[in-house]
Design a protein around this ligand. Structure first.
Ligand code: TMP
Length: 209
């Protein structure tokens, strides 16, 4: 595929939205078409599934149900929006992708290897060219997220759940250092941006962009 697929990951309150805007600027200044999307969501069907997933009233949802709805939302998003954009040669910047399911459902919920297996079907094997993991301590991230507004169903989980998610991200980053770039989210917004831009310059050089 001709385009570039970039994902951002991290616990809640890591500051992903600000950096997504910076990444978008990086590529538009190069004259490239950028598609900014998110998971769960990004298409009409996937956004409906997002509402179900994040609704605080859905307290009965089982862990396997949750994992499969995230995967269903992703299966639609990949085929309806992400792959067509990449085939047109566009830059797709996605707020969360499969790594979130591995961190939150495999590690946080304890569902293990089943999560990666289901997601291989959901994505058809599509993988990001580069992933930025905005690394923030879960307690600090939660405090930031709470300040920003009402917490959703996942954000309301106990802190030990969020520490398991954090361990999951650490394992993913250790296993795939070429793809996953760890970014210290405790740095200033400007420092974070310049660390991300350095990785993007290198990626563009490798891809001849
Ligand atoms: P957001 O707050 O970044 O929009 O993400 C919604 C929530 O869903 C967030 O708490 C992380 C969670 N999540 C999962 O548990 N599994 C997933 O696969 C994805 C994409 C998100």
């Amino acid at each position: 595929m001709k385009g570039l697929f970039i994902t951002l990951e991290g616990g809640d309150g890591a500051g992903k939205s600000t950096q997504i805007r910076n990444i978008e600027r990086f590529f538009t200044e190069k004259g490239l078409v950028v598609v900014h999307t998110r998971e769960p969501g990004g298409t009409q069907i996937s956004e409906k599934l997002r509402d179900i997933l994040l609704d605080n009233r859905n307290t009965e949802m089982t862990d396997v149900t949750e994992m499969m709805i995230y995967a269903a939302s992703r299966a639609q998003h990949v085929r309806e929006l992400i792959i067509p954009a990449l085939e047109r040669g566009e830059v797709v910047i996605c707020d969360r992708f499969v790594d979130s399911s591995v961190a939150y459902q495999a590690y946080g919920r304890g569902l293990g290897d089943m999560v990666a297996e289901v997601n291989r079907h959901a994505t058809g094997g599509l993988r990001p060219d580069i992933t930025f993991w905005l690394d923030i301590d879960p307690a600090a991230g939660r405090a930031r997220a709470a300040k920003a507004g009402e917490l959703d169903r996942l954000e309301l989980e106990k802190l030990d759940f969020h520490y398991r998610v954090y361990e999951g991200y650490k394992k993913i980053a250790e296993a795939e250092p070429d793809r996953v770039k760890r970014i210290n989210a405790a740095d200033t917004v400007e420092e974070i941006c310049s660390n991300i831009y350095a990785c993007l310059e290198k990626l563009c050089e490798e891809k001849g962009i």
